[in-house]
Design a protein around this ligand. Structure first.
Ligand code: B16
Ligand code: MG
Length: 224
């Protein structure tokens, strides 16, 4: 039997809202301009990965990593971010993924703490546009950490700020790198997405509409 649950720590993009699609569109536009093939399948490798690491992966994928100076890479990343900011400008509370508002409210009602662990430097803007920022006790984003997912730093930092034991926390992610980070932090991992992609997760749901706090708390409690 596990310790009493102290906190639930959410990834943002792809779990709370579908900004993952906007990241895809913005990277695809940049890759098209650079003449680099960019598929949805390749995009999966970028989920949860920081902006600069994503750019490096795209350039390497296209065999163009040595073509740009570090200033030029900064400009390419800034261009992608400008496009992304234009896309997220249209976000409203209606863009919360199905079931998320109730799931978060049920966690709050149970007296369990809530945190965000997002690799995005735009996390605060997105949470505010969704009208859900106030529901979270703490927000850790890419600006406050040194190592990106799959390093556990972001989840460990979130647990520390919440004054919770990592082993008494649940982390929720839509990215393979994110689930790896949660497990490396010593937490119970819930993945959102296809089961075959998330062998390391403790629980996998196809989409957020399946999240039920009663069920999740039960599965967490029973985990060895
Ligand atoms: P930004 P998450 C991650 O957010 C995204 O999954 C990833 O695709 C993106 O490259 C990264 O944030 C950086 O985002 O360019 O806005 O700083 O899923 O960890 O909430
Ligand atoms: Mg994500």
């Amino acid at each position: 039997m596990n310790k009493p649950l102290e906190a639930v720590i959410f990834d943002l993009d792809g779990v709370i809202t579908d900004t993952a699609e906007y990241h895809y569109l913005a990277w695809k536009a940049l890759a098209d301009q650079l003449g680099i093939p960019f598929s949805r399948q390749f995009n999966e490798e970028l989920k949860g990965i920081s902006r600069m690491d994503s750019l490096e992966k795209i350039l390497t994928h296209g065999g163009k990593q040595a073509r740009f100076s570090s200033e030029e890479k900064d400009q390419l990343a800034a261009k992608k971010n400008e496009h992304y900011l234009n896309l997220i400008n249209r976000i409203t509370p209606a863009d919360l993924l199905p079931g998320i508002w109730k799931f978060v409210a049920d966690i709050n009602a149970a007296g369990v703490k809530l945190g965000i662990a997002s690799a995005s430097k735009n996390a605060m803007t997105v949470l505010e546009a969704l009208g859900i920022r106030e529901q979270f006790d703490i927000i850790v984003d890419a600006r406050t950490i040194c190592h990106g997912k799959p390093d556990p730093e972001i989840f460990i930092t979130a647990a520390k700020l919440l004054e919770a034991e990592p082993s008494a926390c649940i982390g929720i992610e839509d990215a393979t790198a994110g689930v790896e980070a949660i497990k490396a932090a010593g937490m119970f991992a819930i993945a959102i997405g296809p089961k075959e992609q998330f062998e390391k997760a403790d629980l996998v749901y196809n989409d957020t509409s399946e999240l039920s706090f009663t069920e999740v708390a039960k599965r967490y409690r029973l985990k060895e």
